[in-house]
Design a protein around this ligand. Structure first.
Ligand code: SF4
Length: 286
């Protein structure tokens, strides 16, 4: 059971340091999906939310008033919705803050780049499709194995439902992307797992982002209590040869399936061609 009290904030849009985003908008503080690998906790200033990640979410009650004001004054650009929370987590179905924020942004000439794990985004497909040239929608899917998904992403909708939603968004002419991240050694770092996910969405996906696990102190705590052998996972994540092997294998899958894939900025490969030198939304919470 999640508790979702209201909180007042000082601003709606934050400047983004990411190469493809100008601003970020996070309607909620915290995330009911409660993924064990989530490093968004490191960017959350409310200690109680961090401690109760997944079961305490603050709703930014004055967000829309601030957004109306800020969008009049700021130069229009691309807004990441969202970067440290899932904009379509369950509370959104009652509160509708994401939908109303997207309406304001599109009305004021901003581009919107959505990232979610939830088919709830389909509720807003009318709005998104009406402005398809100003919108893209990304879905995070790291596995098709429902056991792994419910272990690592206990509050998130099942991966199959996300894949289906991606295809439905794409059918309406909205640009879509798959975020395959984090890649976790021993869980989803093999070509077969990656190919399985990619094949589910291949008819609709325009771009695939691949990102590896980041182990922050909070991630170490939450993952460590759920998976065995965290030391082995950490050692692999630190090793350049592991990531290089993963990207090499994934690159072959992308080539075979005809998908355009890019790797995280965190670890660009040095070689020419393929995934090297490209970048992804490395600092977005997956
Ligand atoms: S990884 Fe994304 S969906 Fe999961 S808890 Fe963090 S912000 Fe929410």
């Amino acid at each position: 059971m999640t508790s979702c009290p209201r909180v007042r904030v000082k601003s709606a849009l934050s400047k983004s340091g990411l190469p493809d985003l100008d601003y970020s908008l996070n309607p909620y503080v915290g995330c009911q999906h409660g993924c064990l690998y989530c490093y968004a906790r490191e960017y959350t200033k409310y200690r109680e939310v961090v401690e109760r990640w997944g079961s305490l979410v603050y709703v930014k009650e004055n967000l829309l008033a601030l957004l109306e004001r800020e969008t009049r004054r700021l130069r229009p650009g691309t807004v990441g919705v969202s970067t440290v929370t899932d904009p379509y987590q369950p509370v959104e179905s009652e509160v509708g803050l994401t939908r109303r924020s997207v309406e304001v942004l599109l009305k004021r000439g901003f581009r919107v780049s959505v990232q979610t794990k939830s088919p709830l985004v389909l509720r807003d497909l009318d709005l998104l499709a009406a402005k398809r040239d100003s919108v893209d929608v990304g879905f995070t899917i790291i596995t098709l194995d429902s056991g792994v998904a419910s272990l690592l992403e206990p509050g998130a909708p099942p991966p199959g439902a996300r894949a289906e939603a991606l295809l439905r968004v794409s059918e309406r002419g909205v640009r879509t992307w798959l975020f395959y991240g984090p890649v976790i050694p021993g869980f989803n770092d093999d070509a077969e797992s990656f190919a399985g996910v990619l094949e589910e969405v291949i008819g609709g996906v325009d771009l695939v982002h691949i990102d590896k696990l980041r182990i922050t102190p909070r991630v170490r705590e939450s993952l460590g209590s759920a998976v065995g052998d965290l030391e082995r996972i950490e050692a692999a994540v630190r090793s350049a040869s592991w990531w290089s092997r993963v990207l090499g294998e994934f690159e072959s899958v992308c080539a075979r399936l005809g998908a355009r894939c890019v790797a995280s900025l965190a670890e660009p490969l040095g070689s020419e061609g393929g995934l090297s030198g490209l970048w992804a939304r490395a600092d977005r919470a997956p």
